[in-house]
Write a protein that binds this ligand. Structure first.
Ligand code: UDP
Ligand code: MG
Length: 329
């Protein structure tokens, strides 16, 4: 029996890119008929015609299936929806905008056949991006690496092949505030890195603005490591010690030279400085408290409006091949 490979595509407003993605995936699939294929499209609350494009693809090709989420839950949740519904022996997560070339999948499969359970693609180049965005991203990865025990790999996105064991492991991690890049590393399993050139978005625009990325970065740090809490503690200790010396200094000065009712600036500086530090520490604690608050509600990560399973068990009739074109794949 052939092994089954699921291709998971999270889609948010991708009506313009989906047909091109399908075409490129289909070509790759047709050239690799040693496997059964499943193309699982996840509609993450798109407001354009993405769902109708999915329906049309579903009608055209019986390897296509789709899950329709009840609203936009974000890519992280959409990926989990894909992982939950993947029926393959392994699954590959691919962006809808063709930034992750499907042509790389056969190479991933070769490594998978050799026993690797998580084959991830590292970007050699990052495509067109502003200088600031690239710098910030790299600095962020460095920070994350230094503060956490398990590595989060720089320049590695969600484009990867996951063995059934990894998929089952990820399905167990139901936290609502998801930082999937960290989860991939956390689950472990045998990993293999391959390299690729990340192209530019073919059409449409990236859903991730710098602001959204910043939020994702804070999300990443706080869901992956408790180091900022430690920083707040250490800062608290350091400042307390310094204040002790400062107090001693002033006490001695007053005792020796008297108190000429000056020192207003020092007072203001100290109050402002301590106020700032306190607010920072409160903010950090608040971040984690917020996480506990959200997680404690134990809400599902996403809600499904509809899931339509693939019609075929590996044989496909595509319109382009005509009615007699039952193709073994
Ligand atoms: N995406 C999603 N839900 C969202 C935002 C994005 O499913 O809320 C999908 C999007 O359709 C695409 C992938 O996630 O397939 C990557 O998104 P995008 O290209 O906007 O991100 P970038 O490539 O800039 O990181
Ligand atoms: Mg993209």
């Amino acid at each position: 029996m052939k092994k089954k490979v699921t291709i998971i595509v999270p889609c948010h407003n991708e009506e313009t890119t989906l047909p091109a993605l399908y075409e490129s995936v289909r070509q790759m699939i047709d050239a690799n008929d040693g496997y059964d294929w499943e193309l699982l499209l996840v509609n993450d609350g798109s407001t354009d015609g993405t769902l109708s494009v999915m329906r049309e693809l579903y009608g055209r090709d019986c390897r296509v299936c789709y899950a329709d989420l009840s609203r936009n839950f974000g890519k992280e949740s959409a990926m989990l929806a894909g992982i939950d519904h993947a029926t393959g022996d392994c699954a590959v997560i691919v962006d809808a905008d063709l930034q992750d070339p499907p042509e790389l999948i056969p190479e991933m499969l070769r490594w998978w056949e050799q026993g690797y359970q998580d084959v991830y693609a590292r970007r050699k180049s990052r495509g067109k991006e502003s200088w600031l965005r690239r710098r910030l991203t790299l600095a962020y990865y460095r920070l994350l690496q230094q503060t956490s025990r398990t590595d989060v790999l720089p320049n590695v996105g969600d484009f990867r092949l996951l063995d059934r064991k990894c998929l089952d492991a990820l399905r167990q991690l139901r936290e609502t505030e998801r930082y999937t890049k960290g989860l991939f590393c956390w689950i472990g399993y045998r990993k293999k890195e391959i390299e690729f050139d990340r192209g530019d978005r073919t059409s449409g625009s990236s859903s991730y603005s710098l602001w959204k990325l910043t939020n994702l970065a804070i999300e990443g740090i706080t869901s992956y490591t408790a180091a900022p809490l430690r920083v707040a503690t250490i800062m608290g200790i350091a400042i307390s010690v310094l204040t002790l010396f400062y107090t001693a200094y002033f006490l001695l000065k007053t005792l020796i030279f008297g108190d000429p009712v000056r020192g207003f600036p020092t007072l203001v500086i100290v109050i402002l400085f301590l106020g700032g530090v306190e607010l920072f520490a409160l903010g950090v604690i608040g971040e984690y408290l917020g996480k506990i608050y959200h997680e404690s509600k134990r809400r599902p990560v996403y809600l499904l409006n509809d899931y339509v399973a693939p019609r075929g068990g590996g044989a496909a009739i595509t319109e382009s091949e005509g009615r007699d074109g039952i193709k073994e794949i």
